[in-house]
Design a protein around this ligand. Sequence first.
Ligand code: TIU
Length: 237
Amino acid sequence: MTASAGTSITAEPYPFVLDPAHCALVIIDMQRDFLEPGGFASALGNDVAMLRRTVEPNRKLLAAWRAAGLLAIHTREGHRPDLADLPPAKKVRGHGAITIGDEGPMGRILVRGEAGHDIIPELYPAPGEPVIDKPGKGAFFATDLHAILQNRGITQLVVTGVTTEVCVNTTVREANDRGYDCLVLEDCVGSYFQAFQDAGLAMIRAQGGIFGWVGTSSDLIAAIAPIEQTPALKGAA
Ligand code: TIU
């Protein structure tokens, strides 16, 4: 088996046909403030272990994806240091003791350039991998993601990251309306709430894949391994 155009990957509601040359891996918001003990999320009382279970599967997938020479894109949720792009409604939402822009455990919360806003070291972007700084939950809103994907002829997305029901789901819905086929990997997406993890995945694959497909990283890694072993296949369509 080779992983050229048309490699079938086990998924729900039915197999996902991977076209590696036209597929990008989009890793959503694997930021220190969402995932690290002592970060913003844990300071708010969230159990970051629910998200940290996704780190190792994402690390293995990213390594295999890079080895196959495929496009990986990273996103970060956050705002300008002057907060000019922070909607007042988002600033006050939740009535927390500390909110976006305030000084938090790892610098100003969700502000670009601060330690907590950056991506965890395990999944740090490699030189040349696009990093999308997004002010909202969806990765397409007020970003150049769609242009970057179009310029590279991308039609499929493998979507991973956090959180399943918030930024992953919003991005998959945005991508679906723009015509992308999305495969979401259940072991590589996480939520602070098990019920939302389950519902978030169920909503994607329901109704014959209304927003996309749900699969696992092991099945995808097995499918792209032949590309790694056959350099001539890299980037081949
Ligand atoms: N990246 C992302 O999902 N941002 C959030 O605020 N998620 C929550 O679940 N709060």
